[in-house]
Design a protein around this ligand. Structure first.
Ligand SMILES: Nc1ncnc2c1ncn2[C@@H]1O[C@H](COP(=O)(O)OP(=O)(O)O)[C@@H](O)[C@H]1O
Ligand SMILES: [Mg+2]
Length: 376
């Protein structure tokens, strides 16, 4: 049988593109069609980067071509997502960390609001969706990723890559991880740890073999200090996520966190705010919600600041317990809390897709010190 590219396009016009009221062809999702003999290769780029969405598109495309053009056609569909696409373009401009597509800073104004818990669980959710994820624990005051991932006894080994020695991240639950905790002594005064932290941070970024990553999540220390400055100078951060509890004192600090990233000379897009400990639900009364830190605080802050609320995570015992035993709660398939973290991850992804579509790549911050020497 013979068919033309036009026949394929005609069939693809019958598939509607999600959310835009346009079809797949109109929305420019079909990026390439190659026909030869009985075979057609179709490249499609969609906004939703989850494996499910890619699979769904692939099946839809195959089906419509078999139904409308010919049952026997050998159809090959390559579905890519924009997150990764736009991300790789960004890194192409900054050759220094090849293979890492999107760097997401997780920050909070206040300590103890659950920044590390959120980081670990988002990392797990993204990994379960099929992404390649790394976590960089840059919290000099309280590096906690090794415990949260149950790898506190391990130390990164070195591997030879192109003749150079590189640090190999530790991997658990499919997430790659490096932590300042592997390099600093917890008994050392924070000021000394701080001095070593910038150097260790740079090593964990540039002398590590992360391989291909869709996302590197960076767990920053609380507040707006030196490590934040080192970070924005070392790497182009694609976007920041701010974690806060709903109470006013935490929100005020979260506001400062948002302001720091938005500063003109830093200019890191804020993807949104995650509200943690939104309400307490006891195990024996799963329907009850107690708003012990106040209600909707982060929602109001997000709307005041013109940013997004990415989700609300309840205060529940199993989150703390699973953190302590090194088995993030988002690993529990089918649980309510897994769903809550998936929701946060999905909302973050959709903001990231928009960000990568609408804004230019983040640039590394180049700050000149008082003495006139560039720190970069
Ligand atoms: N939603 C939650 N429910 C229950 N415990 C939580 C929750 N979020 C965090 N925790 C616990 O609170 C403590 C502080 O959280 P952590 O993630 O270490 O905060 P941060 O990194 O902001 O300092 C940890 O013991 C953690 O297990
Ligand atoms: Mg922490």
């Amino acid at each position: 049988m013979s068919f033309k590219k036009q026949d394929i396009l005609g069939a693809l016009e019958k598939i509607s593109a999600p959310g835009e009221g346009k079809n797949l062809v109109e929305s420019n999702a079909v990026t390439n069609i190659v026909v030869f003999d009985n075979e057609v290769i179709i490249d499609v780029t969609i906004a939703n980067p989850t494996l499910q969405a890619k699979k769904k598109t692939e099946v839809e495309v195959m089906k419509i071509i078999h139904d409308q053009v010919g049952q026997k056609i050998d159809v090959k569909v390559n579905v890519k997502s924009e997150v990764v696409e736009a991300g790789s373009k960004r890194i192409a401009q900054d050759k220094s960390i090849p293979g890492i597509n999107n760097i997401i800073a997780i920050a909070s104004g206040k300590g103890g609001v659950g920044k590390s818990t959120i980081t670990a669980n988002i990392a797990v959710s993204l990994t379960k969706m099929g992404f390649k994820v790394g976590v960089l624990d840059a919290d000099v005051y309280g590096p906690s990723m090794p415990i949260m991932f149950g790898v506190e006894k391990e130390r990164p080994l070195s591997v030879k890559i192109d003749g150079k020695s590189k640090m190999k991240p530790i991997e658990n639950y499919g997430v790659k991880m490096l932590s300042l905790g592997f390099f600093t002594d917890p008994n050392q005064a924070v000021i000394w740890r701080g001095a070593m932290a910038s150097k260790a941070l740079n090593q964990m970024i540039f002398d590590a073999h992360w391989g291909e990553l869709d996302f590197l999540l960076v767990d920053l220390p609380p507040g707006t200090g030196d490590i934040h400055l080192s970070m924005v100078q070392a790497v182009p951060i694609t976007g920041a996520v701010i974690v806060s509890t709903p109470q006013n004192i935490a929100l005020a600090d979260a506001k400062r966190g948002v302001a720091m990233f938005k500063q003109e000379n830093i200019n890191v897009p804020v993807l949104g705010i995650v509200e943690n400990m939104s309400y307490f639900t006891p195990k024996e009364l799963p329907e009850n919600k107690y708003y012990i830190f106040g209600k909707d605080g982060a929602k109001h802050l997000a709307s005041d600041l013109g940013t997004n609320l990415l989700g609300e995570i309840p205060l529940i015992q199993s989150i703390r317990e699973s953190g302590d035993v090194g088995h993030p709660v988002a690993l529990q398939d089918g649980s309510e809390i897994e769903k809550a973290f998936n929701e946060v991850a999905k909302n973050m992804l959709s903001e990231l897709v928009k960000r990568n579509k609408n804004l230019p790549p983040t640039e590394i911050v180049r700050i000149t010190t008082m003495s006139g020497c560039s720190t970069k």
